[in-house]
Design a binder for this molecule. Structure first.
Ligand code: AMP
Length: 214
């Protein structure tokens, strides 16, 4: 089973992807995580991607498609995609790589104000990766991780001005992708402002319903 988690930055694709991955016992492949790891380790890929990511721009298709072709070729069985595809060109390349295997696209929806508030208040532990929200899930001590005592930081692309750029870009690129998957009849929309448990359960139900129809 292959599931594509689609939706605007900040809608929770990563968190939901991790929960689904554990529940369904299939790996999660997150383009953002792979790229950030490469930037941190200053690999050739990371050096190419860094400046695009800091601006909130998309990393060029040829770089992403090569990276994902390698990732997908390593996977056997099902997987969950977070952050890919993001352009129509990536949609087509993914389709070629899937060799007619079926997949589901889950469109997580939320409005821009909700996403701007969520992302611009997000802080991450540099040490263990724990995620905080300055209003909803604040750390006990300002700037310090409750779990490991590591320093908290704000992702360069979570600054409010960059978040707005990322959202505008998402809407432009997303429209044709959503239309395409809708026409193919494989798009399931889920309200991304529901609780995590509700979202994960809804996705599991939709997948179960679909597999009964086959
Ligand atoms: P994310 O964590 O998914 O929001 O991704 C962080 C950043 O990585 C994005 O703002 C882009 O710069 C880059 N990125 C992630 N996935 C893709 C993709 N499929 N195509 C192009 N750039 C991407």
């Amino acid at each position: 089973m292959v599931i594509i988690l689609f939706g605007a930055p900040g809608v929770g694709k990563g968190t939901i992807g991790n929960l689904l991955s554990r529940a369904l016992k299939i790996p999660l492949v997150s383009t953002g995580d792979i790229l950030r790891r490469n930037v941190k380790e200053a690999t050739e890929l990371g050096c190419k991607a860094k400046s695009f990511m800091e601006k909130g721009a998309l990393v060029p298709d040829e770089i992403i498609i090569k990276m994902m072709r390698e990732e997908i070729s390593r996977l056997k069985g099902g997987f969950i995609l977070d952050g890919f595809p993001r352009t129509f060109n990536q949609v087509k390349k993914l389709e070629d790589a899937m060799n007619n295997n079926s997949y589901y696209v889950v469109n997580l929806k939320a409005n821009d104000d909700f996403l701007i508030k969520r992302l611009s208040n997000r802080r991450i532990c540099r040490n263990c990766g724990a995620i905080y929200h300055l209003v909803n899930i604040p750390p006990e001590k300002k700037g310090i991780c409750d779990r490991c005592g590591g320093p908290l930081y704000q992702r360069e692309d979570d600054r409010e001005d960059v978040v707005k750029e990322r959202l505008a870009l998402f809407h432009t690129k997303a429209r044709p992708i959503i239309g395409y998957y809708q026409e193919k009849g494989i798009l399931e929309s889920v309200d991304g402002s529901l609780s995590l448990d509700e979202i994960v359960n809804l996705i599991k139900e939709k997948i179960k319903d679909d597999s009964h129809q086959e």
